[in-house]
Design a protein around this ligand. Structure first.
Ligand code: SDX
Length: 426
């Protein structure tokens, strides 16, 4: 590979170093572009811009590959647990049995919320969206668990555990608040995923039957959402964290970014669409024609990076298949989803635009099978993505050359202008 890229501008030639990642991703390092040429590079929405070097997650959008620390998502989905994969993503390697036990224990010990935080839940209206509670309460955690200026690895591990574990508690408490039931506290008797389900669905007068298939389906959902390199919410963590804002504020900002319907909010939008199609007996072929004439978007389809099948969607569809074929379970939404996918995979409009189902297309159907309410879907996405956000924040924070992120712009407004007194204005 050449070592440099040559740029000729205003009749002058400049050379910029070429860089190549371990998986062959190639880039032009233009960090000296403006200082040497006086020009900016414009790349609105950063589709062609790398904001960092990272060794956490590798995606090959052309081949539909996703690996956490080099391990294919298919292997982790089949063999790992959410807590083990979270350790892998954060610490860069699979844990020993003792390390995994200690991490799991730390998560359990860190699952309680400060009792004064209950006032936040009381202060919100009953019908408040749980993402609003999550982003608000996570931001407030810095006042209950202050982050010192300089912290030891032990303190860092503690607030990482706080965020992974307390996000789950906040989510369950938000649900209980919305249905007017008393909070169910986390229990040392259960491990991560089971604890969440118990906090969500048991009550002082009603036990919760822990179905291993349901626990496994939720583990799978969480593993598949763990990290996804520099997506909108993750690059938000890096951007906010680069100013030196505390970890809780940086994560709260990411939660807000994830809430958008073009990002993590899509899983809720997909199920709302599918529910409407079933309720209104929509003609799916006609609806797909409306998509092709750009009258509507097909939520859960398309991806900025994957221009092939999203490997997570393939795994989630298999999980859906397993669940809907369980005796006594049916979900008409799954049949409609399969019909939509079938049409899209054979229609040139979608094929030519490389529009495939993404992680959000089937994820909501798995959550429905677990009886998670639709307005909690994006919160579940946030619980899954939390270790990824934390790993990316840690990688940014540990970088000895870290600097505040500050993109530039091309100004297109009015040239020099002057103040006009009110009496002289038209
Ligand atoms: C997530 O980045 C990540 O990694 C995110 C994520 C993660 O794990 O963090 O993977 C999670 O956010 C998944 C994406 C969830 N969002 C949705 O499902 C919302 C619906 N999808 C679209 O809004 C869209 O596909 C995006 C935003 C996801 C990606 O948009 P792009 O890559 O910028 O594509 P584009 O807007 O440039 O569209 C290219 C063409 C256009 O048609 P033409 O102008 O070429 O004729 O494809 C069309 C678009 O109109 N198109 C769609 C479409 N997505 C793109 N047409 C119909 N329905 C869609 N969903």
């Amino acid at each position: 590979m050449e070592k440099t890229a040559r740029l000729i501008v205003d009749g002058k030639e400049y050379e910029f170093p070429l860089i190549e990642g371990t998986e062959g991703e190639r880039g032009i390092d233009i960090s000296t572009l403006r200082a040497r040429t006086g020009y900016l590079a414009l790349d609105e929405t950063y589709a062609n811009t790398g904001i960092c070097r990272s060794s956490i997650t590798f995606i090959d959008g052309e081949k539909g590959i996703l690996r956490y620390r080099g391990i294919p998502i298919e292997e982790l989905a089949a063999k790992s647990t959410f807590v083990e994969s979270a350790y892998l993503v954060i610490h860069g390697r699979l844990p020993s049995e003792k390390e995994l036990g200690d991490f799991s224990e730390l998560l359990n010990k860190s699952s309680l919320l400060h009792e004064d935080l209950q006032h936040f839940f009381i202060g919100f209206p009953n019908n408040a969206h749980p993402m609003a509670l999550l982003s608000t309460i996570v931001a407030s955690l810095s006042q209950f668990y202050p982050v010192p200026e300089n912290f030891s690895p032990e303190i860092e591990n503690q607030f990482i555990a706080n965020l992974i574990s307390q996000t789950r508690t906040i989510a369950a408490f938000s649900y209980k608040k919305s249905i007017g039931e008393p909070f169910v506290y986390p229990s040392y008797k259960y491990r991560f995923t089971q604890n969440f389900l118990n906090m969500m669905f048991s009550s002082p007068v009603r036990g919760y039957e822990h179905d291993p298939d349901i626990i496994r389906a939720l583990e799978l959902f969480l593993i598949l959402h763990l990290d996804h390199e520099q997506n909108c919410s993750t690059s938000t963590v890096r951007m906010v964290g680069s100013s030196g804002a505390n970890i809780y504020s940086s994560i709260s900002a990411a939660i807000c970014a994830l809430w958008g319907p073009l990002h993590g909010g899509a899983n809720q939008a997909v199920v709302a669409d599918l529910e409407r199609f079933v309720r209104e007996k929509t003609d799916i072929r006609k609806m797909m024609d409306e998509v092709k004439s750009k009258k509507r978007k097909l939520m859960g389809f398309g991806h900025r990076v994957y221009k092939n099948r999203d490997p997570r969607a393939i795994i989630l569809k298999e999980a859906c298949n397993k669940i809907v074929n369980k005796p006594g379970y049916t979900d008409p939404l799954f049949d409609v989803a399969s019909q939509i996918e079938e049409i899209a995979l054979t229609d040139d409009y979608f094929i030519s635009r490389r529009l495939y189902p993404n992680v959000d297309f089937y994820s909501g159907l798995v959550l429905r099978a677990i009886n998670i309410p639709v307005n909690m879907f994006t919160v579940l996405f946030a619980i899954g993505r939390m270790p990824g956000w934390l790993a990316q924040w840690k990688e940014m924070s540990d970088n000895p050359n870290k600097k505040i992120s500050r993109p530039r712009q091309i100004y297109t407004g009015r040239t020099i202008n002057h103040y006009v007194p009110m009496s002289a204005r038209k």
